[in-house]
Design a protein around this ligand. Structure first.
Ligand SMILES: [Zn+2]
Length: 467
């Protein structure tokens, strides 16, 4: 019997600010900084130190809230979430509980077959990151000892909490992909540190909710949900009871281990953070941020289809990566949008194959447009252009040399005419209806051009001439 599965995600996003959430410690290249060199009495949680709020964090959180169709709270505040754990030296985390910065939003996801589903965003909280634990010679349960790096302590996080509206691991993947694309468009991430950590909640009809903490990346989330559905399904099949638990994913061993049982929000003893004042978010403040919202990927996808008449698949390909979207929009100032999209899609696949991003290459739209002009004016074959693409992503500055090496076919007409006059027997066979003769003639054209004329071009040129 297929059971009802409910999946909810609490995704933590590291925000792109100059300084930490409650102190002036620099966030610049913080992941590369030597251990415990980016901390001060505030982010170390020393007694008597007082936090002061970084307003830039609120701006970014409001931006995320607006992009996810949330209501921004006119008044909000911070609370202390009390727990004892080595990654939080002051024994409480400053977070939001009673009134989050934003709530009641939504994000629509679409699967491959075009089926749409609305996922509710329950709330968006701002909170500080704890320190990073480094388990030496093992994982959380087997390490010899554990080191603590406080550089991460106090990094501003935005927690995006969904309702348990997701039903499959695949839906969770589609949701996170869309969310990460939105966050990338909003430029709220630390550049180069596209890190999203999710707490994954899974419950199967007949059992309690299980939470798996700190799962990094989209693929891992999908794996964890898969594992949990299987594990809980087996327990239920064996008529065993599933009680509320918090578990941890160990990526090295690909296992999920028990952390604690029967924990509820009340156990954290939330209290109002007395060292910070309440925050009033005015309508003017929200409007000001609303004006800075860029056109998002899903809006671009719709516009590209309507305005340029390209397929949904191509529109998705152009918009799902912001740098590619910028590249595409630059190209279509001078080139046909459908034609450009087809070739940029091919460029994307070539980049993917070479494990490169468009930013990592020095390929400019000027050079790419030159290539498209050559394809369009039939001075280069489609397969020739594909070969050129493979080379210019590595050394675009050598474009002129590369095209010489490949498939310029300025004497194609001559080659086709020569083959027609040299192979008169095959020509007359073709005219009397033998299609095989055309194949032979095509082969001759390709051979004579040293493969600079491809099969499709050879066929169409021959057919045109022998009409
Ligand atoms: Zn600090």
């Amino acid at each position: 019997m297929v059971k009802n599965i409910k999946i909810g995600l609490e995704t933590h996003v590291q925000l792109n600010t100059n300084t930490k959430l409650f102190c002036s410690c620099s966030m610049k290249n913080i992941s590369e900084a030597p251990e415990n060199t980016r901390c001060c009495p505030i982010c170390l949680g020393m007694p008597g130190s007082k936090p002061s709020l970084n307003k830039a964090v609120l701006d970014l959180a409001i931006k995320i809230g607006l992009a996810l169709d949330c209501k921004i709270s006119p008044e909000t505040f911070f609370s202390r979430k009390t727990y004892l754990y080595p990654d939080m030296s002051k024994n409480f985390q400053i977070t939001q509980y009673e009134i989050p910065i934003a709530k009641k939003g939504k994000l629509e996801i679409t699967d491959r077959n075009g089926k749409r589903k609305e996922i509710n965003i329950e709330r968006i909280n701002i909170e500080e990151d704890p320190a990073k634990l480094h388990h030496v010679d093992g994982d959380i349960s087997s390490a010899k000892y554990t080191l603590i790096n406080y550089n991460r302590s106090g990094i501003p996080l935005c927690e995006i909490v969904t309702s348990p509206d997701l039903s499959t691991p695949k839906e969770a993947r589609i949701f996170l992909k869309k969310l990460s694309s939105i966050l990338e468009y909003l430029k709220v991430f630390i550049p180069g540190e596209l890190s999203m950590k999710s707490d994954v909640n899974v419950s199967i009809e007949g059992g309690e909710r299980i939470e798996v903490k700190n799962v990094t990346g989209i693929i891992e989330v999908e794996k964890v949900i898969d594992c949990e559905i299987f594990r809980q399904g087996c327990l239920l099949d064996d008529k065993k009871k599933i009680e509320r638990e918090t578990r941890a994913w160990l990526p090295e061993s690909k296992t999920i281990v028990l952390l604690r049982k029967k924990e509820s929000e009340e156990d954290y003893g939330y209290i109002f953070e007395p060292d910070l004042t309440k925050i009033e978010v005015s309508k003017e403040w929200i409007q000001k941020i609303q004006k800075t919202l860029p056109e998002l990927a899903h809006q671009k996808i719709e516009r590209y289809q309507k305005q340029y008449g390209i397929s949904q698949e191509l529109a998705f390909s152009m918009a799902s990566d912001l740098d590619i979207a910028i590249f595409y929009e630059k190209c279509i100032i001078k080139q046909d949008p459908k034609f450009a999209a087809t070739w940029i899609d091919l460029l994307k696949k070539t980049l993917y194959y070479n494990d490169l991003s468009i930013k990592e290459t020095k390929l400019t739209t000027e050079i790419f447009l030159k290539l498209l002009d050559l394809v369009k004016s039939e001075k280069v074959t489609k397969s020739g252009a594909e070969m050129i693409l493979r080379d210019i992503i590595h050394s675009p500055e050598k474009f002129e040399d590369i095209i010489k090496n490949y498939s310029i076919i300025d004497n194609a007409e001559q080659i086709v005419s020569d083959v027609i006059s040299e192979e008169s027997k095959a020509v007359s066979e073709y005219i009397s209806g033998n299609q095989k003769a055309l194949q032979f003639l095509m082969g001759q054209v390709i051979k004579k051009s040293n493969r600079r004329i491809d099969a499709i071009t050879a066929k169409s040129m021959l057919e045109k001439k022998l009409k």
